[in-house]
Design a protein around this ligand. Structure first.
Ligand code: 13P
Length: 287
C-alpha cells in the first residue's frame, strides 16, 4: 500500500525503533527494497533524490512503477514514496505526480525563508494526504552534487520548524552523506538529546546512514530517531557484487551477457543489505 510516512514514523518513535529510507535508482533497486521489506514484514520508505528522479524518467514514472510492483508483487507492508532533499519546485512536482511524502530541504536558506517556504509546503502536502519532512542544519557530504560540511543544528531552530506542522524533522548532528572520512568525530548525541527535548514527540530523521557504527545507530534511536536514510551503502554492495560477476568471467559463460543475469548479484546484494539494516533499526515485524 502506498501511504504517507506519518503513521509509520509515529509508531516507530513510540515503539523505539526506526524505519529505513532506502534510496532507489532503477527498477532493480526498487524491486529489491520492496522484496526485502515484504520478507521482513517491515514498513519502508523509498527515497528519491531529484537526480534519481530525472534519471528514472520523472516522478510520474516512479509512481507508476512503484504502484505496479505493489500490486503485482503482492506487497502488503506500508510503502511511502518520498522525495529526498527536494527544492520547493521539486516538492510541487512530486505532489502532482502522486508521491506519498516529500522532504523540503530549506536548510541552506536563512531560517526565516526556510520557515516561510516550509509553512506553504506543509499546507500543500497535508491537503494532498502526504507527509512532509523538513531540515535544519545542513547535512554535509556529497549528495547528487550538493556538497556541504556536517553541521549541528540549533535546537531552538529545530523547535521553530517542528512547530510548523511538519511530520518529521531532519536535523544535522554531525552526520554527513556518503562514506565518513577517517577523522570523523561521530554523531553529537548532546545535540540530538537537546533537539529531542525541544521537539517532544516529533520523529527525528538521521541522514547519512551509511557507515555509522551500529552502536551509534542504536543510541540515536533511543534518543528519538525514527527514520534512518541509507543510500551509499546499497550502491557499494551493488557495485561490488556486479564487479565480482565480471571478474569471475560469468558474462562470458553461456548467456551470461543477459542483463537480467548481469544485474542479479547486485539485486541480491541490495536485498541482503536492506534486511540487515531493517534488523539493526528494529523495524522487522512492525508492518
Ligand atoms: P548515505 O548515502 O550516506 O547513506 O545517506 C543517505 C541519505 O541521507 C539520503 O538523504
Amino acid at each position: 500500500m502506498l501511504v504517507s510516512a506519518t503513521e509509520m514514523l509515529q509508531k516507530a518513535k513510540a515503539g523505539h525503533y526506526a524505519v529505513g529510507q532506502f534510496n532507489i535508482n532503477n527498477l532493480e533497486w526498487t524491486k529489491a527494497i520492496l522484496t526485502a521489506a515484504q520478507e521482513c514484514n517491515s514498513p519502508v520508505i523509498l527515497g528519491v533524490s531529484e537526480g534519481a528522479g530525472k534519471y528514472m524518467g520523472g516522478y510520474k514514472t516512479i509512481v507508476g512503477m512503484v504502484n505496479g510492483m505493489i500490486e503485482e508483487l503482492g506487497i502488503t507492508v506500508p510503502v511511502a514514496t518520498h522525495l529526498d532533499h527536494g527544492s520547493y519546485d521539486a516538492c510541487l512536482k512530486c505532489v502532482e505526480a502522486g508521491f506519498s511524502s516529500i522532504m523540503f530541504d530549506g536548510s541552506h536558506y536563512p531560517i526565516e525563508e526556510n520557515i516561510a517556504k516550509t509553512t506553504e509546503l506543509v499546507k500543500i502536502a497535508h491537503d494532498n494526504n502526504m507527509s512532509i519532512e523538513a531540515e535544519v542544519g545542513a547535512i554535509g557530504g556529497e549528495e547528487d552534487g550538493v556538497i556541504g560540511r556536517g553541521e549541528c543544528a540549533d535546537p531552538d531552530e529545530c523547535k521553530m520548524i517542528a512547530d510548523l506542522g511538519i511530520d518529521f524533522l531532519a536535523a544535522g548532528i554531525g552526520n554527513i552523506h556518503g562514506v565518513y572520512p577517517d577523522n570523523w568525530e561521530g554523531l553529537s548525541f548532546e545535540t540530538l538529546d537537546a533537539i529531542q527535548q525541544k521537539t517532544g514527540d516529533m520523529p527525528l530523521v538521521l541522514h547519512g546512514g551509511t557507515g555509522i557504527p551500529d552502536d551509534m545507530i542504536k543510541k540515536a534511536i533511543t534518543l528519538g530517531v525514527a527514520k534512518i536514510n541509507v543510500n551509499t551503502e546499497c550502491q557499494i554492495v551493488f557495485t561490488e557484487a556486479t564487479r565480482k560477476y565480471f571478474e569471475e568471467g560469468k558474462d562470458k559463460v553461456g548467456k551470461g551477457f543477459d542483463p537480467r543475469k548481469v544485474l542479479k548479484p547486485g539485486y541480491e546484494a541490495i536485498i541482503a543489505k536492506v534486511k540487515e539494516k531493517m534488523e539493526l533499526f528494529g523495524s522487522v515485524g512492525k508492518a
